[in-house]
Write a protein that binds this ligand. Structure first.
Ligand SMILES: NC(=O)c1ccc[n+]([C@@H]2O[C@H](COP(=O)([O-])OP(=O)(O)OC[C@H]3O[C@@H](n4cnc5c(N)ncnc54)[C@H](O)[C@@H]3O)[C@@H](O)[C@H]2O)c1
Length: 354
């Protein structure tokens, strides 16, 4: 296990993408666990998915006195510099990004803007983060979101941070890999301790409507048909949101040691490391949607499910090798897929019914 060298108890923390799925849950967790910390959350509230869900998350967060919400863009250099000068951040968690693989085919510019220019703006602000007059000695740890998509079409499982990730198969993946490279350069050049996190399909209440769990649910509710590739015989690593934010909170408290080239830099996989067969995932979802009263007991799931062959470029199985997280932080993602989907279905029933 590594030592804690970043105190979050009285820290000033910037969370970018705070109205997003992971950002909102992380902010809440930090304020509950470290009531002395203050959080500035920034989000541009874009309409990649239903903005009402982002508004709902902001409403939840602004109930905490230590939370300040700023509606703005992380690529807005003047705004970011103003926030750093005003709040003297100790820790920065960059989660703002254009997510999604398919969307990058028609909207490549959004990925370059948010994921590349946005991250560059955050790095520059970290680089200049000190103030001799006030004694602020700058950002002690930058934690940022990468993605399991950097593994591209790799077929060796589990995916390990030791594996080659030089062959991205989407612009999204390329921007995430770029973030890792940019963070390494800034860490080496300017001494910014930086930890990158490769997330694996995060799910849970108030999750992302473009991801399988929420998307399948919406389609069933609307009486439409879900498409299941390779006839459901593929295995994916689903990680429950509470397990993710617990892991991120632990990681934030340890800025990495210098690597052999003198950069305080580290990348972790953060996944459940326990792949689920898609067919089982769907069966549990159907079951829990009925139990929660989202769908009637006699709902004809078979009539709303279309099984299709494997899509070109798809891999049969992917999951994380999270052993480094276990070794360094005692990471133990314990939520079962049944419990996680149960919580999602209960939230969906309440949220959609309100
Ligand atoms: N959820 C997952 O399974 C998953 C998997 C791999 C990687 N990630 C990464 O984790 C991070 C968080 O993901 P999430 O699931 O919470 O996504 P999300 O889309 O719910 O949250 C991202 C938030 O960032 C905001 N945003 C986007 N561009 C911005 C900009 N230029 N300035 C300010 N705000 C901006 C969006 O409005 C959104 O609220 C992202 O970087 C994503 O790429 C997530």
């Amino acid at each position: 296990m590594v030592d804690k060298n970043v105190d979050l108890n009285h820290a000033s923390i910037l969370v970018t993408g705070s109205s997003g799925f992971i950002g909102s849950n992380l902010s809440k967790k930090l304020m509950t666990k470290f009531p002395g910390c203050t959080i500035v959350g920034i989000d541009n509230m874009n309409d990649y998915y239903d903005v009402r869900l982002k508004d709902w998350r902001v409403e939840e967060l602004t109930q905490y006195p230590q939370f300040t919400f700023v509606k703005g863009d992380i690529a807005d250099e003047a705004l970011i510099n103003e926030l750093f000068a005003k709040y003297h951040f100790d820790v920065v968690v960059n989660l703002a990004a254009q997510a999604g693989v398919r969307y990058s085919i028609d909207h490549p510019e959004t990925y370059m803007h948010s994921n590349v220019m946005g991250f560059y703006t955050i790095l520059e602000a970290c680089r200049h983060s000190y103030d001799e007059n006030s004694g602020w000695d700058g950002v002690k740890h930058l934690v940022y979101a990468s993605s399991s998509s950097v593994y591209g079409g790799n077929t060796k499982v589990p995916f390990s941070t030791e594996d080659q990730v030089d062959t991205p198969v989407s612009l999204y993946a390329a921007t995430k890999k770029s973030n890792e490279l940019m963070a390494h350069a800034y860490s080496k050049l300017y001494g910014i301790p930086a930890t990158g996190l490769r997330f694996f399909s995060v799910y849970g209440p108030a999750g992302r409507p473009d991801m399988a769990l929420f998307k399948f649910t919406d389609l069933f509710v609307e009486g439409k048909t879900i498409e299941v590739y390779n006839y459901g015989h593929c295995r994916r690593d689903f990680t429950y949101i509470d397990d993710i934010v617990e892991g991120v909170t632990r990681i934030m408290q340890h800025s990495p040691d210098e690597n052999p080239v003198g950069a305080k830099y580290k990348v972790y996989n953060i996944g459940h490391a326990h792949p689920e067969e898609l067919l089982d995932f769907i069966t549990i979802l159907e079951d829990e949607l009925v139990k929660a009263g989202v769908l009637p007991e006699d709902y004809d799931f078979a009539a709303h499910t279309k099984y299709l062959p494997m899509q070109p470029g798809d891999v049969y199985e992917n999951y994380a090798d999270s052993s480094e997280l276990v070794k360094d932080f005692g990471y133990d993602p314990s939520t079962t897929i049944r419990d996680g989907i149960h919580a999602f279905a209960a939230w969906y029933k309440t949220y959609m019914g309100k």
